[in-house]
Design a protein around this ligand. Sequence first.
Ligand SMILES: Nc1ncnc2c1ncn2[C@@H]1O[C@H](COP(=O)(O)OP(=O)(O)OP(=O)(O)O)[C@@H](O)[C@H]1O
Ligand SMILES: Cc1ncsc1CCO
Length: 222
Amino acid sequence: MGTLSVDWVASKKLAAKRAVELGKPWVLDPVGCGATPVRTAACLDMLACRPTVVRGNASEVMALQAAAVAAAGGGGGGGPGPAGRVRGVDSTAASTDAVEAARLLARQYGCVVAVSGAVDYVTDGSRLVAVRNGEELLTSVTAAGCSLTALIAAFVAAAPGQALLATAHAFAVFGLAAQEGLRLAPRPGPGSLRVGLLDCLHLMDQATVAGGALVEELTPGS
Ligand SMILES: Nc1ncnc2c1ncn2[C@@H]1O[C@H](COP(=O)(O)OP(=O)(O)OP(=O)(O)O)[C@@H](O)[C@H]1O
Ligand SMILES: Cc1ncsc1CCO
C-alpha cells in the first residue's frame, strides 16, 4: 500500500485494473490495514481490484478479512478482535491465529492469501501450505515484509498458474537467504542482516533451495 496520497491511491488502482485486463498477476500488501480507518478503506478498495495474492502479517490479514466481511454486509464489522489489533505496521498476533481469516478471505475473493510470521501460511481457500524457513531478526528490518511481497510477485509472475506454490516457495527462498545472510554477517544485527539478505538472495542457487526449503502441505487428506 505504501503512501496513501490521493494520486498514489488512484495510480495503484489504475495499475491493478490494467494488470487484471492484461491477465497479469499482481500482489496486494495491505500495509497497516486496521491501523487507521483510512488505511483499512484503501486496502479494501485495492482488494476489490482482484489481486492474485494478498500477503500480510497476522494483524493485517485479520483486519482485512473483518473489513471485507463488513463491506459485504455480513456480521463481524466490529473489527478484528483483540488478537488481531494492529499497532502501526507490526503484527500483534501470531500467524497461526490468522489462518482461518486467511482461508475465508481467499474464498471470498478467489485469491491466494499468505500470512507471514514465525510460521508462514499460504492458502487458496481450500489448500493450506506452511513454510518454516523464518528468521526472527527479520522483524527488526524495516520493510522486510514489503521486500518479501515483491519476491512473491516475481515468483507468481514466473508461474502464474501456480500462485499457491509459487508464493510458498518465495517465502522459503526469502527465509533461506535471511538465514544464510545472518550466518555470514560480520555482526548478528538487523543492519548486517539487511545487507546479507540482499547478497544471499542474489547468490541463491537451486541446491540451497532443494536442500533447505521447509514447505509442507497441511491440507486435510493431502
Ligand atoms: N516470529 C518470527 N520468527 C521467524 N521469522 C519471522 C517471524 N516473524 C516474521 N518472520 C519472517 O519475517 C519476514 C517478514 O514478515 P513480517 O511478518 O515481519 O512482515 P511485515 O510485518 O509485513 O513486515 P514489514 O512491516 O517490515 O514490511 C517473513 O519472511 C517471515 O517469515
Ligand atoms: C510502506 C513502507 N514504507 C517503509 S516500510 C513500509 C512497509 C512496512 O510494512
